[in-house]
Design a protein around this ligand. Structure first.
Ligand code: HAM
Length: 447
């Protein structure tokens, strides 16, 4: 490993089988809770015209300004324009809503998506260049009950994953675009004559995206902000009422939240409700998920004015939270049976046996190589197989087979035909990994 010539690109990770157990578990919770609430699965391409992200997320956000991964095809066909890997899923889903005229469907249209996203960030713990999000979007209607219901579904997912208690949900309402325009003007006024005291980056933000000053990490900026006008002073009455109704509905659902007037989020498409889930210990450092209402977005992308609200959770950060809390997920890759054989006849005979066991839902390995029975047993041990079936030349001749319980270290000879019923009985019906098309469509093996 240490002397590997090629490694994963900076900021990316191989999802090894152990982490897949977590990913599968998380996806299962997402799929169940989403389907229960009427969400349907959507997948959009992992790259889009750069404009889709520039217009939606905003040209002066970190995500677009600094972190887009450009996809180089323009040098082949300049007329095609620029493409970028998706830094998030919302903009692509809204592009799809417009492209497929989904305003014709009964509204709201509710989608969920799970997949990789790309941000050319400086990699550090919990911050990767390729990471995975699960994403929920509710498009076509604006109603405080939708905001509350969406949050409730997310709470259920985090509850199923047993991490809701480790998280705090931060809530704010950032008003309408007009409210923020008025506020930005006031903020700029306030900073007239004070620019020199701002660190360079924040000075340029004052012209490009002043709201970003609010979550600046710079101490000088934070000190200056103490006396600055606040966004809350510019929120109109309709937004305030909307917010209060969302909170009332959340209380009705028993959903816990902390009001946070400083929460603004890093993407431009938001208005009204915004929220984030934070680790209770590290707070805003590595949010586990975030979302909000984005009523202006679809129009920004060229569609009819259409409201929407959504959320995305970061799967790597969720896995981290689960591991921190000592939450183990079921291991679906365990080996139930190892079939050891000796001699050409035995090897041939056990091929069918292996196939039949697999069809019954028994995780089975075997017919590997020509080594002695003893070394095959050692291999079975290394694979942590629960049972081994041994078929040597003698057994082939007498029509028998040996079944060994690897943990108990006990074994029993039986008729060859008895092996399958014996194994399935020992494992128990509920442990069998059966596969039917019905299961396939309802939950198993989905990506
Ligand atoms: P976001 O806050 O930019 O929102 O990202 C959502 C979550 O993705 C974050 O809370 C974090 O858990 C995870 N995440 C983001 N960047 C990284 C990274 N570099 N490495 C690891 N995890 C990361 C959005 O993306 C919005 N599209 C959410 C939304 C959906 N709003 C409305 N609908």
């Amino acid at each position: 490993m240490a002397d590997a010539k090629y490694r994963t690109p900076k900021g990316t990770n191989d999802v090894l089988p152990e982490d897949h157990q977590y990913q599968t578990y998380i996806k299962k919770a997402v799929r169940h809770r989403c389907r229960q609430a009427g969400f349907k699965r959507i997948d959009t391409p992992i790259f889009e015209k750069t404009e889709v992200f520039e217009r939606g997320i905003g040209s002066h956000t970190d995500i677009v300004e600094k972190e887009l991964f450009m996809v180089g095809s323009h040098h082949r066909d300049p007329d095609e324009g620029d493409f970028a890997l998706r830094p998030e899923l919302t903009a692509g889903i809204c592009r799809a809503y417009i492209e497929h005229a989904m305003h014709m469907l009964p509204q709201p249209v509710e989608f969920y998506a799970i997949g990789p996203c790309f941000r050319h960030d400086r990699p550090q713990k919990g911050r990767y260049r390729q990471f995975h999000q699960f994403d929920l979007e509710v498009i076509g209607l604006s109603d405080p009950s939708l905001d509350a219901q969406l949050i409730h579904v997310i709470n259920k997912i985090f509850g199923d994953l047993k991490i809701r208690d480790q998280l705090t949900m931060q809530m704010n309402n950032i008003g309408s675009a007009d409210n923020r325009k008025a506020y930005v003007a006031a903020l700029k006024d306030y900073f007239i004559g004070k620019e020199r005291n701002l660190p360079e980056l924040d000075r340029s933000r004052l012209t490009t995206n002043p709201l970003r000053l609010l979550d600046s990490k710079e101490e000088d900026t934070q000190i200056l902000l103490k006396k600055a006008p606040t966004l809350a002073q510019f929120i109109d009455d309709a937004s305030k009422t909307y917010h209060e109704t969302v909170l009332e509905y959340l209380n009705e659902l028993g959903a816990e939240f902390e009001e946070n007037p400083g929460l603004v989020r890093g993407l431009d498409y938001y208005n009204q409700t915004v929220f984030e889930y934070w680790d209770i210990k590290t707070r805003g450092k590595n949010a586990v998920g975030g979302g909000g209402r984005y009523d202006p977005l679809i129009e920004m992308l060229g569609g009819q004015p259409t409201p929407g609200i959504g959320f995305a959770g970061g799967i790597e950060r969720i896995i981290w939270q689960m591991k921190e809390a000592g939450i183990k997920v079921p291991n679906k890759d365990q080996v139930d049976v190892f079939v050891a054989q000796l001699g050409p006849d035995a090897k041939k005979k056990c091929l069918k046996l292996i196939s039949q066991l697999r069809d019954l839902g028994v995780h089975t390995l075997g017919a590997l190589g020509e080594a002695s029975l003893k070394s095959q047993m050692r291999l079975a041990d290394k694979f942590e197989a629960r049972y081994t079936l041994l078929l040597g030349q003698m057994e082939v001749k007498s029509g028998s087979i040996i079944l060994r319980d690897m943990q108990a270290g006990k074994q029993k000879e039986m008729k060859f035909e008895e092996a399958i019923p014996a194994v399935t009985k020992l494992l128990g019906e509920s442990k069998l990994d059966t596969y039917t098309m019905k299961d396939h469509f309802s939950e198993q093996d989905e990506d």
